[in-house]
Design a protein around this ligand. Structure first.
Ligand code: GSH
Length: 314
């Protein structure tokens, strides 16, 4: 069976924790996806041909619609595949608020622990790339500080792990009850990263038996089903299809965006990343979707979250 315009193409690599979050999300919904393995380090020409410059991992493609950032990906999956829901309680808005912490401060902390604990053992090109991305211009100094302050950083992680262990102590299977939720994937990816990439991670987690039990249950959900897919074929798929996103900007846009405005979009952090330029197709409180046209891919619609991203008009 050949790929269709509704199929999920997932650009990722196995070691990426943020990709692991989405792979678990695929598992929760029992989805099938096409797996494109991208390089761990730039340049990533076959990825940025689709995104227009966004280089982070993961990116989801459905036909000529390109979804950047796990926040955007999870929201789109919930829209297209509502059952079983990622939000099994009536607290969806609250869970999105909480995810800003799991994906922000908590993930950043885990990155500092993993990079900081590796000290001089990180390959130089990897240290430079991830250092600049996560720790800013003075990343070498940032890595040294993270190494020197490791016990402090671990204390910052231990407190929330303790809270989670307490939440799980009533015997519930998942964070919100019997059914797995987006929040399970959003918390799990940090635990998976710390356990797999920090040498003291497994010993530290062993202090929290309910958490370890829960992580085993999340792991058992699996990743849905997948087939490997070729990066060039993904570009051809985009070229041969049209974006399906509707056009329009919701009322009260704080930046006064209008369909057709030329904008750039990039993560609102000092990571040295290339902004993506395009023309507004859709915007609301949660998402901005921009069209861009290039010889290789034709017209694609690239989607970003509003939260955590800077949109610059002109
Ligand atoms: N806010 C982004 C964060 C993505 C992110 O930082 N991903 C890491 C990999 S886990 C990354 O892009 N690292 C650099 C790379 O893969 O080139 C999201 O939720 O998708």
């Amino acid at each position: 069976m050949s790929i269709t315009t509704n199929d999920i193409v997932f650009h990722n690599y196995p070691q990426s924790p943020v990709a692991e979050k989405v792979r678990v999300a695929f598992g929760i919904k029992g989805l099938h996806w096409y797996d494109v393995e991208i390089p761990r380090l730039p340049p990533k020409p076959l990825l940025t041909a689709l995104t227009g410059g966004y280089r982070r991992t993961p990116v989801m493609q459905i036909g000529a619609d390109i979804y950047c950032d796990s926040q955007c990906i999870i929201r789109e999956l919930e829209k297209r595949y509502p059952s079983p829901t990622f939000m099994p309680t009536s607290d969806a808005g609250l869970m999105w608020c909480l995810s800003r912490w799991t994906d922000g401060a908590l993930f950043d902390l885990s990155v500092k622990i993993v990079l900081g604990s590796a000290g001089d053992n990180l390959p130089a090109d990897f240290a430079q790339d991830r250092g600049r991305l996560y720790l800013g211009e003075n990343w070498a100094e940032g890595l040294r500080t993270a190494n020197a302050q490791l016990p402090h950083l671990v204390a910052q992680l231990r407190a929330p792990l303790n809270w989670l262990d307490e939440v799980l102590s009533d015997g519930r299977a998942f964070i919100l009850g019997d059914a797995p939720a987006a929040l399970d994937a959003q918390l799990y990816h940090v635990i998976w990263f710390v356990k797999g990439r920090w040498s003291d991670g497994p010993a530290m987690l062993a202090e929290f038996p309910n958490l370890v039990n829960w992580a085993d249950k999340v792991e058992a959900i699996g990743h849905g089903t997948s087939d490997t897919f070729d990066a060039q074929a993904a570009i051809e798929l985009a070229f041969s299809t049209e974006p399906t996103t509707t056009s329009g900007v919701a009322d009260h846009d704080p930046q006064g965006l209008k369909p057709g405005d030329t904008v750039t979009v990039h993560p609102d952090v000092n990571g040295g990343e290339q902004p993506v330029q395009g023309v507004v197709r859709f915007a609301d409180a949660e998402t901005i979707s921009i069209d861009r046209t290039a010889d290789e891919v034709g017209t694609v619609c690239v989607h970003f979250p509003r939260a955590g991203y800077r949109v610059t008009v002109g």
